[in-house]
Write a protein that binds this ligand. Sequence first.
Ligand SMILES: CC(C)(COP(=O)(O)OP(=O)(O)OC[C@H]1O[C@@H](n2cnc3c(N)ncnc32)[C@H](O)[C@@H]1O)[C@@H](O)C(=O)NCCC(=O)NCCS
Ligand SMILES: Nc1ncnc2c1ncn2[C@@H]1O[C@H](COP(=O)(O)OP(=O)(O)OP(=O)(O)O)[C@@H](O)[C@H]1O
Length: 196
Amino acid sequence: MLKIGITGNIGSGKTTVSKVFELLGVPVFYADEQAKNVMVRDAELIAGIKKAFGNDAYFEDGTLNRKHIAGIVFNDDAQLAVLNSLVHPAVFRAFDEWLAVQNAPYIMKEAALLFESGSYKKCDRTIMIDAPLELRLNRVIQRDGIPREAAEARNAKQFTEEKKIAMADDLIVNDGQQLVIPQVLKLHQQYLTMAG
Ligand SMILES: CC(C)(COP(=O)(O)OP(=O)(O)OC[C@H]1O[C@@H](n2cnc3c(N)ncnc32)[C@H](O)[C@@H]1O)[C@@H](O)C(=O)NCCC(=O)NCCS
Ligand SMILES: Nc1ncnc2c1ncn2[C@@H]1O[C@H](COP(=O)(O)OP(=O)(O)OP(=O)(O)O)[C@@H](O)[C@H]1O
């Protein structure tokens, strides 16, 4: 089964574009969403997060205190590295389990940190979603109601767009000008042909 990794920096439209592939029948693993899942389900991981970020990392009902953790890690590279080293292996395991039960010509893995985490190495091809910084920041500010500085801080923790474009095999431009669906259809045909 062909494995396609799809990524893009914050607010690029990874999730939106991946939903279009899903409409075409392509199974999509959403790594960012799965990270949220394992962080409230995996007992060993929960213990590790509490040890690293304090009991305040979780509310009393067991839900994740995202603001608390975000406030720490996006202002401290060493703490972000700790969080990544705890969460990413658990997400990789969840992906392997998911992959084992898929049955389709090709599947996709949607991940913000596809290149940073090294998980692109397990993909046959990769797609980068590109959009201008201002547009990406505005999308995130609107979607999440966060201050511009918070969106900028996260963006700064990711590889640059230029670097990711150079690393990716394929490109989708989601700049609000070029139509996205024709770009998706073209790649979909290409991947179906590759998958045989
Ligand atoms: C810090 C947390 C709790 C903040 O939660 P919040 O709901 O505010 O953000 P959410 O998870 O929806 O992420 C939104 C966007 O922030 C950026 N982002 C998230 N985690 C990271 C990270 N570790 N490094 C750089 N950017 C990140 C991405 O662009 C992502 O798409 C959460 O992002 C988290 O647990 N991150 C660590 C796990 C992870 O690396 N997830 C992303 C890839 S698997
Ligand atoms: N082509 C588009 N036209 C209009 N709105 C869009 C378009 N693409 C994305 N958006 C909007 O921009 C916001 C960010 O998109 P999306 O959540 O898909 O990005 P993402 O790359 O997954 O973001 P993040 O890295 O923060 O998880 C969403 O509110 C989405 O609806």
